[in-house]
Structure formats: C-alpha cells, structure tokens
Design a protein around this ligand. Structure first.
Ligand SMILES: NC(=O)c1ccc[n+]([C@@H]2O[C@H](COP(=O)([O-])OP(=O)(O)OC[C@H]3O[C@@H](n4cnc5c(N)ncnc54)[C@H](O)[C@@H]3O)[C@@H](O)[C@H]2O)c1
Length: 323
C-alpha cells in the first residue's frame, strides 16, 4: 500500500508510546487515527493524555488551538481492536511481552484488510519472529519511536527478513509525514539506539560504583566533555520514571542476545547468575529485589538516599517489566 492510500492510522496500545504515535499521526501527518487499548477506560485515558500534551503546547504558544482541536477530532479511541478494520496502516505499541504481541498480531492479521502494513514499536522483540506469526510477513516492519514521541525526532526502521521494499518505502514515508527522521537498523537486540545507550548507562553506574566519580560529576563530564544534552544519570532517571527496570531489562537482553521480556524477574536473575555474567551487579540485584545485598556496594549512599529509578535498587523492584 502506498503512502497516498494511508488515510487512517491504527494504533494498538494507548499508553506512553501509543499516545505519542497517535499524537503525531494526527497532528503532524494529518491522518485519521484509531487508537485502541484493552478497555474503553484505558483508551479514553490515552486520549486524555494526548489532549493534555497538546494542551500544554497550546498554553506555551507552540501550537495553535485550532490545530489542536482539529487533531483531537481526528482521533477515535476504542476498547477493542475491531474498529482497526478501517485502518490503512497499523502501529502496535502494546506492553512489551512477546506472547501478548504475537496474540495481538494474529488478531490484527484477521482484522486488517489485505495489504495493510503492520508495524511494531517493540524495543526488544525480534521483528522477524513477529512477522512470521502473521500471514503477511512482507507487510510487517519495526517502527521504533523514541520517547516522548511528539518531541523526539527519530524513528528506527527495522525490516524483518521478509519485509518487502514497498513496505519499507511506505513506512519511511509515513514516518517522514509524522515529522520524523527515519534511520534503518538491522533486526538485532537493541537495534542501534538501545544497543549503544544501555551499556553506556550501565557503564556510568559502574563508574559510580567503583568510586571513579560522583553522580553529579559523571553527568557533568559527559555533558561538557561529549556534548550530550543530558548526562547518563539524568537520562537513566528520565527513561525509567515510568519504566522502572527498562535499562536493566534491555541491557540484559543486549548482552545475552535474547529477549528477557517474557521471563519472570526471578528467572532473569537466575539466568544471569548461572551464566556468570555479573558485570552489572547493581542492575541485576535490583531486578531480583535483593536490596540488602546492594548495601555492600560502594554506591550505597546514592542508591538509598535519593529517589532515582535505575540508580535506585529500591525503586527498580516496584514497576512492571516493560520496555
Ligand atoms: N517507553 C519507552 O520509552 C519506549 C520507547 C520505545 C519503544 N517502547 C515500546 O513501546 C511499547 C509500549 O510501551 P509503553 O511505554 O507505551 O508502555 P505503556 O505501559 O505505557 O503502554 C502499553 C499499553 O498497551 C496496552 N495493552 C496491553 N495489552 C493490550 C492489548 N492486547 N491490546 C491493546 N492494548 C494493550 C496497555 O493497557 C497499555 O495501555 C513497548 O513495546 C515498548 O517496548 C517504549
């Protein structure tokens, strides 16, 4: 299906990413949007989140109120995927669990018309494996948006082994219509951004743990020394405000070369422990909730006296396994 035929974009999952994708599909690409979640309440909550985000932009004078109203009017929220029969392109942004996504794509495969492209916003599940679960692997692709979607300029585009050139081209054009720069990445754990980012953040923590620098110093060195807008500590806290163990989760997946998203917290820890990979002990300890052991580490003060996410073992035990 070509870009001109895409009048309605479907989004599965009305959470942080789904809401952002619906936002740019409507406001920037000026497409009709159907956003769905597992209940009408959650879908409406997602819609309210989009309205709030756009409302702030209006308040700051960055967005015209008329454009906001028109964009909101183009978005319909539903508690079931059935209305996606109307969609011409569907992006899945549901909870990061492979079994769940496979079920969603099998259902979407039945609901969506032939030729409609199915894209996944997964951070860590192989695109090729999900494509193979559908009867349209040629029309399957990875579209890895960055958080927060309305602000971040990048989409990593990941072709499955089966993705056709036409699917790739249409997806890039849709991403561009959403105002994004699309960069291709191979279907490999972490793609490009997370493959580099997660070890970077882990290494920053290790630098703290070994006492090479203090938290503020590590951030300042990286900001002033490498010209990044935010240091690794600030970035880790930002990324994990809602995704408590995101960094550990994706970081582990990158190191092991497989998705840990379907494993229980205990199994994550046990697998890492058994394989002898304890290069990032604080993250692993956090995942396992072994706060007491963390007290042995040199990072004790920072971990227990400040309320930060991935930097805080206590915090990492509270949230969902999501990425
Ligand atoms: N948060 C990030 O920084 C980030 C960045 C890039 C990619 N991602 C990926 O985006 C996806 C979504 O992440 P998120 O941060 O938006 O999570 P989230 O928890 O904010 O939202 C996920 C939503 O999916 C919904 N959902 C679950 N099962 C569903 C189903 N069967 N049908 C419809 N909706 C369903 C949940 O109710 C929830 O509202 C994940 O694959 C994640 O790896 C996240």
């Amino acid at each position: 299906m070509g870009i001109d035929q895409i009048k309605t974009v479907g989004v599965v999952g009305a959470g942080q990413m789904g809401g952002g994708i619906a936002h740019v599909a409507s406001l920037v690409a000026e497409r009709n949007v159907i956003i769905t979640d597992i209940s009408q309440e959650l879908a409406d909550k997602g819609l309210a989140g989009i309205a709030k985000f756009m409302g702030k932009a209006v308040d700051k004078g960055k967005l015209d109120a008329g454009a906001r109203d028109a964009a909101m009017a183009r978005i319909a929220a539903h508690g079931s995927m059935d209305p996606l029969a109307e969609a011409d392109f569907i992006v899945e942004a549901a909870t990061e669990r492979e079994d769940l996504k496979l079920q969603i794509f099998q259902k979407l495969d039945e609901i969506a018309r032939p030729g409609v492209i199915l894209a996944s916003n997964t951070s860590s599940i192989p695109i090729t494996r999900m494509a193979a679960a559908t009867s349209r692997p040629g029309e399957f692709i990875g579209m890895h948006f960055m958080n927060p979607v309305p602000i971040m300029k990048l989409i990593e585009i990941i072709s499955a082994m089966q993705t056709t050139d036409e699917t790739l081209q249409t997806t890039i054009e849709l991403g561009q219509a959403m105002g994004k720069t699309c960069i291709g990445a191979k279907d490999f754990p972490g793609f490009i951004a997370n493959r580099i980012l997660m070890p970077y953040i882990n290494e920053a923590f290790y630098t703290l743990h070994e006492g090479i620098g203090d938290p503020a110093g590590i951030d300042e060195v990286m900001k002033l020394g490498t010209n990044v807008p935010m240091g690794p500590r600030t970035l880790a806290d930002f990324l994990t405000q809602r995704r408590r163990i995101f960094c550990g989760h994706v970081g582990l997946q990158i190191q092991h070369g497989y998705s840990v998203s379907t494993m229980s917290l205990f199994r994550i820890f046990r697998a890492a422990w058994n394989s002898g990979i304890l290069r990032h002990p604080v993250v692993l300890l956090g995942v396992a909730g072994m706060e007491a052991l963390a007290r042995c580490l040199g990072a004790f003060d920072y971990l227990f006296k400040r309320d930060h996410a991935i930097w805080s073992v206590a915090q990492t035990t509270k949230g969902p396994v999501d990425g």
